[in-house]
Design a protein. Sequence first.
Length: 534
Amino acid sequence: MTGVHGQTPLGRPKTAHWSGVKTQSLRPLLQRPCWTPPNSHSKPGSVSSMAVDPRGCENDQNHLPSADNQCPKSQSTSTSRLKTRKSAPFTGSCRCLLPQKETVRFSCLDEEVVRDTGVKKPSSAHHAVANGTEGGLPWYLTVIHEKEQCLLKLNKEVARLSDFEWQCSRKDHEISVLKGKLTEVTDQPRLPHDDEMVKAQSELILCLSKEIQRLHRVEEEAVEKSQLITELREEIQRMEQPSPQCAPVVSTRQDTQPTHFEMEQEAPQNMCPDAEPENFGDVVSLAEHKREQDEWEMTKKTVMQELEDTKNNHMIATGTVCSLRRTLSVKDGELTTARAQVEELEEELRDRMAQLQAMSRKFSCLREGKANEELIAALESENYALRQSTAELKEEVSQKGQAAARLSGELQQLQEDLLKGRAAQAKLERQGQDNQDIITSLQLQHSKAKVSLEQVQTRFERLRVKIIQAAYSAPGAKAPQTEISDAVLLQTMQKIIDDRTTFHQRLQQKGGKMPPLTTAETQSLKTTSASVKN
């Protein structure tokens, strides 16, 4: 069992699990913050209750800022030992992990508790558990570090898109001004006989329509970017919400520590200094076996809780990265589509310009007579029809653009559903493999525990047989014919002790010089009887 406890199951974090017990082996050092937000004016002289090398955050790279969780404090921790940094205007807490050379062993806590209670040092099983924390960093700490880097990138992206939002508001104002100018131009009376006025107005109308189309596209891009800003801010708020990970570890350590030392205290109290070596070893091995079983169960629960929290954080970070990549690909596709539409509209505008120029040439050639007036009327009607057809074409283009956007949105949704399904399937496969490994290790531990229990039972039966032989081997004792219970065996031993004491007192009353009965032997027999009864 000691060798099994020496292994680190599933890459446990190499951090110091603090309880409310004071230790004299740790001396507080000056702790500089591992990571602080910009514009924070914190004092460099803050003292922390953790013993951390001041250069550990830079040289060993074992620090990670935690923006979404905060380890809860133990109830027994003294408030004078914990000093918080109140000057930094940051809502999340900064967690600093100890470097490998300064990692606090569980045995430090055990030695301090033993020093306070006066009980001997615990068995080597706890040292095996403490030594199992050595090694490299766990994989999920790297994932948390990547998530913090992603948060910083998202903050930069939000700042960049805020500038675009301001530019969009400015361009909206320009659009409103240009629309006012367009209404003023269209409301002016038309002079069909003035060729230069018609040309100037047509060119102005074309320029204004082109500018309006360009500003409409800019407005649509601004709306999309504002939506992206909102989504990114919601993502940052969701990622900054606290998700406690240290509570199960601390509570488990606090629960298992008193149980271990209570069993260590009970074992020596039930033993007598003059007892037989074999009896003392059996009782100690039985207590150590039960204690190791309890510690293994608590360690297993703690590891499962830590694994679940780490999987949740990894899933959130992976989803954020995938969402950003999908958004980037969607923006590229929309940009390509918008460029194609702009080219089509420019070609159509060139055609309309050529038609208007042809009509102006016809105006210059036909100015006299009724034929000229009829031709001008026909051209005006044709111009009106062309304008109507142009409006219809614009409406049709807008409808097709909306349909294309809707279809692209549906296609994107289907692709996202497919990616989510594949990710869920891969996650289930990984969970199944991890569960199979855990079941195999637990079965091996169960078989080892069963073998140890059978050995303890065999030793207990041998001890009981020796006690029965000692009780019924006295002169005048009748050999038992049936199976002897523990209560009957205890009564027989007590009767032998009482008879011996009575006989000794009678001899002393008659005046004979008899050596006194040793108290150590009587106390040893009583302790043995109490152990058999239990």
